[in-house]
Design a protein around this ligand. Structure first.
Ligand SMILES: Cc1ncc(COP(=O)(O)O)c(C=O)c1O
Length: 295
C-alpha cells in the first residue's frame, strides 16, 4: 500500500490503514479508480488516471501531486507488491482534518493506493440481471467515481437477494443506464452493437475500449453498426445479446433480464468475441493500453 501520510509504500498489512479524520472516511469526500494488472502490465492505466483526475476536479479536490508523480507512485506500488495479476485501486481524498463538514480544515489532499492480488480466471458463463429498485445517482454524481457507493452496494445486494448477478439502473427518463460497477451493451436484431449514452452514467474505460475493438467485427461483417444512444428497456429486452462490461467482469454475457430471456438464452457469439478481444488486448495490446511494471 502507498500512503502519502507515511510518504511511502508499506508491505506490512498492519500498516495498511487510513486516518479516521480523513474527509473521505467520515464525509465521503474522496474519489477512486481501479486498473487491472495482467501479466505484469497495468491495463489502461492512463485512461483510469485521466478519469480519477476528472473525478477529483468534480469533487473539488486539488490533486495531491501532479499527474506524472501520481502515475510514478502507482507503478512503484505495484512493483513493490510483486503482484503480476490482480488490480490496483487508488483514492484521492480531501485529506485529514478536523472532523467538520467543511473541508476547510483539511490542509493537504491525500493519495492512497493498494494492490489486490487475484489469480482467478475471467468467467464467460451467462448470468441473470434484474432491474434495480434502488434509485440511480443523479448525473452529477453518477458521472464521477466518488467513494459514495452506498446505492451501488444496495443495488448489488438486491440482485444477490433475487439470485441475480447485478441490478441494472434505468435513468430518470426510463432509459437503460448501467450496472453498479459495470456498463451494459446489447446486440440488436439488426446486428448493431448498442450502448447507452455516457452523459448520465460513468464513462467506463472498458466499455470505451470495447467500442474501439468492436470495429474489427464491423470489418468482418459480424456487426452492421455500432451506436451509443438513449435506449429503452423494451429495446434492450428484445435484443439478441446483452452483456455487462467493466474492469471487474471484462465482458460478461447476460442470458436473462428480469423474467425476459435474452436472445436464445445462451451466451451470445458477439459477447464471447468481445471478451476474447479484451483479454487479447490485455495480454498483447498496444503500449497505449499496456504499461509495463519494472519489477
Ligand atoms: C458505476 C460504474 N459504472 C461502470 C463501471 C465500469 O468502468 P470501467 O470499465 O472503467 O471499470 C464502473 C467500474 O468502475 C462503475 O463503478
Amino acid at each position: 500500500m502507498y500512503s502519502c501520510i507515511f510518504g511511502g509504500i508499506v508491505t506490512d498489512e498492519a500498516a495498511m490503514v487510513i486516518p479516521m479524520d480523513d474527509h473521505m472516511v467520515h464525509r465521503g469526500h474522496g474519489v477512486f479508480d481501479t486498473a487491472a494488472i495482467m501479466d505484469g502490465y497495468l491495463y489502461e492505466l492512463d485512461q483510469h488516471l485521466d478519469r480519477i483526475i476528472r473525478s477529483s476536479s468534480m469533487a473539488k479536490i486539488v490533486l495531491p501531486f501532479d499527474r506524472e508523480t501520481i502515475r510514478r507512485i502507482l507503478i512503484q506500488t505495484v512493483k513493490a507488491s510483486k503482484c503480476r495479476k490482480g488490480s490496483l485501486r487508488y483514492w484521492i481524498s480531501a485529506g485529514p482534518g478536523d472532523f467538520q463538514l467543511s473541508p476547510s480544515g483539511c490542509h493537504q489532499p491525500a493519495l492512497y493506493a493498494i494492490v489486490i492480488e487475484d489469480q482467478s480466471l475471467f468467467d464467460s458463463k451467462g448470468i441473470k440481471v434484474v432491474t434495480s429498485s434502488i434509485p440511480i445517482k443523479p448525473p452529477q454524481f453518477a458521472t464521477m467515481k466518488s467513494v459514495n457507493y452506498l446505492p451501488n452496494v444496495l443495488s448489488k445486494m438486491e440482485a444477490e437477494e433475487k439470485g441475480a448477478y447485478a441490478a441494472i439502473w434505468l435513468d430518470a427518463d426510463g432509459f437503460v443506464a448501467e450496472g453498479p460497477n459495470m456498463n451494459v451493451a446489447f446486440v440488436t436484431k439488426e446486428k448493431e452493437l448498442l450502448m447507452p449514452n455516457f452523459d448520465k452514467i460513468l464513462s467506463g474505460c472498458t466499455a470505451k475500449r470495447v467500442l474501439a475493438l468492436a470495429e474489427g467485427l464491423l470489418r468482418d461483417g459480424k456487426l452492421y453498426g455500432i451506436r451509443v444512444d438513449n435506449m429503452s428497456v423494451e429495446e434492450g429486452k428484445r435484443a439478441d445479446e446483452m452483456m455487462l462490461i467493466g474492469s471487474g467482469v471484462l465482458v460478461r454475457p447476460v442470458v436473462q433480464w428480469d423474467e425476459q430471456v435474452i436472445g436464445d438464452g445462451k451466451e451470445g457469439p458477439i459477447s464471447q468475441t468481445l471478451l476474447n478481444y479484451i483479454i487479447e488486448d490485455m495480454k498483447s495490446g498496444p503500449s497505449s493500453v499496456r504499461v509495463p511494471v519494472p519489477y
